[in-house]
Design a protein around this ligand. Structure first.
Ligand code: NAD
Length: 364
């Protein structure tokens, strides 16, 4: 298979972690007989330095010619970087927001996985984490409270602010379909999270989710109120497979779930649109404090590349091989500095990439 991938190294540790993800992808492609065509694209600070803007029309055009985007991360240290003396719409993050909008990336996927070997990093007690957990949070990304009408005004000398939470059934249906499709590739359970005891938008969310569920008889659908879900994530995270929720609830719950895993350098993410197209990037930022030192953990980016193979190219076996390589490397005792513990072998970013690539094995 020919894979056309736009690659955005970005800023800070971005180029280092992308180089390692490509090493692992190339080895996977070699083993399974695929050909990858990468096109490098500038975004964020790297684009400002060359073009004066964080995202160009040419960059969007190049990305549209590709089937998926693999990204490092963008941005710098706001206290010292000249990028943050520019107008807000010219700063690095504005480029990423504009790109997500241009590509209509409405479904954000954030896996929260606790690896047995990293259980020490989990802030929960051993009797709660038991055999670990593997949750996929699917957050609606382009609607809801963050995109509704908002204003601040003063009425009779009293300041008043208004935000509006709006969803139409099409917006709910398309993200629900994504969640059920993804559940079919996993353990076939969707927990739809809302606040249906209070909000009309949540009652519509619940009704549409139930309509979508009729097309997926193999998937179990349950509904959970958002306040209960926040509790259940720390009480019994293993009960969840796919969590489906709206924009603001997902913003909060995905951060909670990722902190429960305890390892920021391990967390992948994907943002998808209506086609198979997706933008894949680690959940962490560009870590300017450790850039250029070959000490960043590339695993979140490597796991994002595995998600890309699974969701944009339907290459499940290849994605499994990469995820297995991550587990094997951890079992073999290798760690980057951010996840090091006693009796383990500390390695740098590039060595970690080599170790992962060495462990890619054919799953036929
Ligand atoms: P950050 O995630 O970059 O770093 C937080 C801490 O975690 C730092 O101490 C960093 O060294 C460490 N860390 C992060 N990733 C690591 C890795 N792979 N291996 C080892 N350690 C790692 O968050 P921040 O410092 O708040 O943000 C830095 C920049 O990143 C800012 O400009 C911010 O806007 C940007 N950012 C970009 C994205 C994105 O591109 N999607 C997301 C979040 C933040």
């Amino acid at each position: 298979m020919e894979l056309r991938i736009a690659c955005i190294p970005g800023d800070g540790i971005g180029p280092e972690i992308i180089a390692e993800a490509r090493k692992v992808l190339d080895k996977t492609a070699d083993i399974y007989g695929h050909k990858i065509h990468y096109t490098d694209v500038l975004l964020g600070g790297a684009s400002i330095d060359v073009h004066g803007v964080p995202l160009t029309e040419e960059a969007i055009h190049t990305i549209r010619q590709s089937a998926a985007v693999l990204m490092g991360s963008i941005g710098g240290d706001a206290a010292v970087s000249p990028w943050y003396r520019l107008a807000p719409q010219l700063r690095p993050e504005a480029g990423l927001l504009a790109l997500r909008k241009a590509l209509d990336l409405f479904a954000n996927l954030r896996p929260a996985i606790l690896y047995e070997e990293l259980a020490d990093a989990c802030p929960l007690k051993e009797n709660i984490i038991g055999g670990g957990f593997d949750i996929m949070i699917i957050r609606e990304l382009t609607g809801g409270l963050y995109f509704g009408e908002r204003k601040t005004e003063t009425e009779n000398g009293v300041r008043k602010a208004l935000d509006t939470l709006v969803y139409d059934e099409k917006e709910i249906r398309r993200v629900a379909v994504k969640a059920f499709d993804i559940a079919m590739k996993r353990r076939r359970k969707v927990t739809s999270v809302d606040k249906a005891n209070v909000l009309d938008s949540s009652r519509l969310w619940r009704a549409v989710t139930e309509e979508v569920a009729k097309d997926y008889p193999e998937v179990v659908l349950e509904h959970m109120l958002v306040d209960n879900c926040a509790m259940q994530l720390v009480r019994n995270p293993a009960q969840f497979d796919v969590i489906l929720t709206e924009n603001m609830f997902g913003d909060i719950l995905s951060d909670e779930a990722s902190m429960v895993t305890g390892s920021i350098g391990m967390l992948a993410s994907a943002s998808l649109n209506d086609s198979r197209f997706g933008l894949y990037e680690p959940s962490h930022g560009s870590a300017p404090d450790i850039a250029g030192q070959d000490i960043a953990n590339p695993i979140a980016t490597v796991l994002s590349a595995a998600m890309m193979l699974r969701y944009s190219f339907d290459l499940d076996r290849e994605a499994d091989s990469i995820e297995d390589a991550v587990k094997t490397v951890l079992k073999d005792g290798f760690r980057t500095g951010d996840i090091i513990s006693a009796d383990k072998t500390q390695v740098g970013c590039s060595r970690m990439g080599d170790l992962l690539a060495e462990r890619i094995a054919c799953k036929i």
